[in-house]
Ligand binder design. Structure first.
Ligand SMILES: Cc1cc2nc3c(=O)[nH]c(=O)nc-3n(C[C@H](O)[C@H](O)[C@H](O)COP(=O)(O)OP(=O)(O)OC[C@H]3O[C@@H](n4cnc5c(N)ncnc54)[C@H](O)[C@@H]3O)c2cc1C
Length: 387
């Protein structure tokens, strides 16, 4: 099967494209200039059911696989939009779906599917520990019928546009666990109740128009039933959802890459300097096919990850490699596109500089390129563990 020529996937592509056509380049440019949030777009995508693609039908979603979901986010970026504004809603629910109690699932999932509630945020990263997640210092201590949360998180996205947040906190001190990955737990935080009652949110101005924040927990009280799954197993639960998340991010980068390649090709055909189209010069031309080849190669790995995930196999290696290849390829495509546009690449009205900033993020977050390299080194090549 060629997933790029598959009837069902093509129908999804067309559906998402039709919706995205209502949110043109001027819309995204305006949102970026105003450092705003694309609320109308997010609502339209939610109402059309695209964001609930992977929620099972019994909970009101479409019950689709990762392949279908990846096409949705790819197309948002390929059409010039920024799926970083919505992707959390698609994948943050994995922890709930896989490890939540039946009561949690039947209460929350239908509301997430309909868009009544948003679960756009996941709080893992901390300022003093960064990538070294098992050293997180945010604690959740059981006191009576509450968990009391204290600590700090950083770079937690879309808090102002979410009702709920998945939170990773330590329930058993590091010194008291056998393995450092043990003793952390996952909580579902109702942000509407938490903000102002033990949770303070401080937005972080950043290079991309990505709504992201520092969080301060000062005796935030959570009901006991906000715990997801078993206490102490939260780190494992988070890891469980990452293969899907990485594959979806790879698809977003592929969408970006295709947008850059189309944009660069069109400009290289049309722009005439020295009496000929600039694309006739191989120095201008070659970086564009080079980027195309790399995006297509990354796409093959993305489909391998989707196929493995959707058939219940371990997609860890493919998902990580797809994310690595796609994030790198989209960045190369962004560079080629900007260079092709010369000075106009820097003008906001061409949208290249905006997409250039947006796609750069994916080599750092949600997982940095180095961490993928160390995963491959350790898990696939049996090299010594470096940390
Ligand atoms: C815009 C944005 C949105 C984000 N959204 C979220 C979110 O919603 N939720 C959330 O929890 N987090 C979020 N993050 C955090 C993101 O996942 C982290 O920034 C990322 O994982 C890197 O962590 P760090 O910034 O602390 O870098 P550090 O851990 O300080 O690392 C800095 C650099 O050193 C490298 N490095 C560190 N240790 C090693 C090593 N042992 N070997 C090789 N290289 C190493 C890293 O790869 C990185 O390039 C977001 C970040 C950004 C920028």
């Amino acid at each position: 099967m060629n997933p790029n020529d598959n009837e069902e996937l093509n129908a999804i592509r067309e559906g998402v494209r039709a919706l995205c056509a209502e949110f043109d380049a001027a819309y995204w440019r305006r949102i970026d200039e105003q450092k705003g949030f694309p609320e109308t777009f997010v609502k339209a995508l939610t109402d059309a059911g695209w964001l609930s693609a992977m929620i099972p039908e019994e909970y009101g979603g479409s019950g689709l696989g990762l392949a279908e979901a990846s096409v949705i986010l790819e197309e948002v970026n390929r059409c010039g939009g920024n799926s970083g504004t919505v992707h959390g809603q698609m994948y943050n629910m994995f922890t709930l779906l896989r490890h939540g109690s039946e009561a949690q699932k039947s209460f929350y999932l239908p509301k997430l599917a309909s868009g009544e509630l948003r679960l756009q945020s996941m709080g893992v990263t901390e300022p003093t520990t960064g990538t070294d997640t098992t050293k997180i210092k945010t604690t959740a201590i059981k006191r009576g019928d509450k968990y009391v949360i204290n600590g700090q998180k950083v770079w937690i996205s879309r808090i102002q546009h979410s009702d709920l947040m998945i939170l990773l906190a330590r329930t058993t001190p590091l010194a008291e666990v056998k393995k450092k990955s043990e003793g952390m737990s996952i909580f579902l935080v109702d942000l509407r109740e938490a903000i102002g009652n033990g949770l303070t949110v401080q937005p972080i101005a950043n290079m991309v128009n990505h709504e992201t924040n520092e969080l301060f927990f000062d005796n935030l009280e959570l009901p006991l039933d906000s715990l997801i799954g078993e206490e102490g197993k939260g780190f494992k639960y988070i890891l469980d959802g990452l293969n899907a998340e990485r594959t979806l991010i790879a698809a977003e980068c592929i969408g970006d890459g295709r947008w850059f390649i189309e944009k660069a090709s069109a400009y290289a055909r049309d722009r005439v300097v020295f009496g000929r189209p600039i694309g006739q010069n191989q120095g201008v031309q070659f970086p564009i096919p080079e980027a195309h080849i790399e995006i297509e190669a990354a796409d093959l790995m993305r489909w391998r990850a989707c196929e493995e995930y959707d058939s219940g196999k371990n997609a860890g290696a493919s998902a990580n490699m797809a994310k690595y290849l796609a994030a790198k390829a989209s960045w190369e495509a962004a560079n080629a596109c900007l260079q092709t546009h010369g000075g106009f690449g820097f003008a906001c009205e061409y949208d290249v500089e905006r997409k250039f900033r947006e796609t750069r993020l994916y080599q750092v977050a949600p997982i940095s390129t180095n961490l993928i390299l160390s995963y491959v080194a350790e898990h696939l090549l049996e090299l010594p563990r470096s940390f």
